[in-house]
Design a protein around this ligand. Structure first.
Ligand code: SF4
Length: 354
C-alpha cells in the first residue's frame, strides 16, 4: 500500500489511466482530501468500483494526533503526530496577525547532533516522505479548523538531509489545486549543508532560506554544532551570497542565544562583521532550556544588548517573540518528553527499553 499523498496530481492522473479510470478522478480525490476527508469511502462523487481500487492500493497518510497542547493564550498549539508505522513527530501551529503558521518536521529524529536541540538526542530514525510532510499540515488544519498560510521547515530533522522529498513537498504545497501556499510564505531552515544549498538555488524556488548559524566563528560553532566540522562559516556565507544573487531573496540567520556561550558583545560584533553588506536578517532566539543539557536563557538585558550591537552595525534583526513556552514549544522537547515517559512506562512494565 502506498501513501496517496506521495503522489502529485499529475502522478495520480497517470495512475488512474493505467488502472482503467478516468483521469479527472485524480482532481476529485484531491479536492476531498484537501477538504479534510481522509477516507475514500466518504468521497461522495467517487464510484464504488473506483473506491475499491483505491482502498486496495492506497492509504491517506494523514497522521493521527496522539497529544495536543494549547498555550494558555491560545496563540500556539503543539501536536504529537503518529504515522502508520508508529513513529512520532511533532509540529507546532502559531497564530499571527498575518495568518496561521506551521512549523513541521522533515525527519523522525535528526542526525545532526546540535547540542542545544532535543530532536537529535535519539539520533535519526528515518526521513519523512513528501506526503507525510503534507499530512502534518492537513492534520493540523483539520484540528484547528482554519487554513494554514505559512510553513516553516524547522521542526525535527534537517530538511537538506532529506533533499528529494523536501523539494517534492515544496513543489506540492505550492500547487493551486492543493494547499496553494505561495513559496514566499515558506521558510526552509538548515544547519548549513553547503553542497545542498547550491543544489537548492538551482530549483527555481522563491522560498526563504534560513541558516541555523548560532555562532559567529568556527571555533565556537564546532562546540555546539558538529556540522561545523564539515563546513566552515566562510563556506556557508559564500553559498548564501550565491543564493541571494541567484534567487534575489533575503537570507535569514537563526541565532539561538545561550547564556555565557554565544551571547557576549564580542560575539555580536563578530557576527556583524561576517554578515556585513549582505541582504540578510538575523533572528535572535533566546534559547529554551532543554532538560538534557545545561543551557540557560540569557537575561533580558543581555538579549537586548546583542540585538542593539547588531543594529549599531546596520544588521537587521529581530528578537523572536516567545510563544508556547508553557507547552514545551522548543524543537523536539514534547516528543522527547513523550518518548521518555513511554520508556519509563515500559521500564515499569518490565518491557523492552531501547
Ligand atoms: S537544530 Fe535542526 S539540524 Fe540541529 S539537531 Fe536539531 S533538528 Fe537537527
Amino acid at each position: 500500500m502506498e501513501n496517496i499523498l506521495d503522489y502529485t496530481q499529475d502522478e495520480l492522473k497517470q495512475w488512474m489511466e493505467l488502472n482503467g479510470e478516468k483521469s479527472f478522478r485524480a482532481k476529485q480525490i484531491n479536492d476531498w482530501i484537501y477538504k479534510g476527508i481522509f477516507n475514500f469511502d466518504d468521497m461522495k462523487n467517487i464510484p464504488n468500483e473506483t473506491k475499491a481500487k483505491l482502498n486496495n492500493s492506497f492509504y491517506i497518510g494523514v497522521p493521527e494526533v496522539t497529544h495536543r497542547l494549547d498555550s494558555k493564550n491560545n496563540d500556539t498549539s503543539k501536536f504529537l503526530l503518529k504515522f502508520k508505522d508508529g513513529n512520532i513527530i511533532e509540529c507546532v501551529v502559531m497564530k499571527y496577525d498575518y495568518g496561521n503558521s506551521i512549523c513541521i518536521s522533515t525527519q523522525v529524529g535528526c542526525r545532526m547532533g546540535c547540542s542545544f536541540c532535543a530532536s537529535t538526542i535519539g539520533g535519526l530514525i528515518r526521513s519523512l516522505s513528501s506526503g507525510e510532510m503534507l499530512g502534518e499540515i492537513l492534520r493540523a488544519q483539520k484540528e484547528i479548523g482554519e487554513r494554514i498560510s505559512n510553513i516553516v521547515l524547522m521542526g525535527s530533522g534537517e530538511p537538506l538531509d532529506n533533499y528529494d522529498n523536501v523539494v517534492k513537498f515544496l513543489k506540492t504545497v505550492n500547487f493551486d489545486n492543493g494547499l496553494n501556499i505561495g513559496q514566499r510564505h515558506i521558510t526552509l531552515s538548515t544547519c548549513g549543508i553547503v553542497p545542498k544549498i547550491y543544489d537548492l538555488m538551482k530549483e527555481n524556488l522563491q522560498i526563504t532560506l534560513a541558516i541555523s548559524l548560532h555562532a559567529p566563528n568556527d571555533y565556537l560553532r564546532k562546540k555546539i554544532m558538529p556540522i561545523a566540522n564539515k563546513y566552515t562559516i566562510d563556506e556557508i556565507i559564500n553559498a548564501c551570497k550565491d543564493y541571494i544573487k541567484t534567487t534575489k531573496r533575503r537570507v535569514t540567520f537563526e541565532y539561538s542565544l545561550v547564556k555565557d556561550v554565544n551571547d557576549s558583545t564580542e560575539n555580536a560584533e563578530e557576527l556583524a562583521s561576517i554578515l556585513k553588506g549582505m541582504l540578510c536578517h538575523v533572528n535572535i532566539i533566546p534559547v529554551n532550556a532543554v532538560k538534557e543539557n545545561d543551557y540557560e536563557k540569557p537575561s533580558n538585558h543581555r538579549i537586548k544588548n546583542f540585538s542593539d550591537v547588531l543594529t549599531k552595525f546596520n544588521i537587521e534583526n529581530t528578537i523572536r517573540k516567545e510563544m508556547g513556552t508553557d507547552i514545551n514549544a522548543a524543537c523536539g522537547q514534547l516528543r522527547r518528553n513523550y518518548l521518555n515517559q513511554s520508556n519509563e512506562m515500559r521500564c515499569k512494565d518490565g518491557g523492552d527499553v531501547i
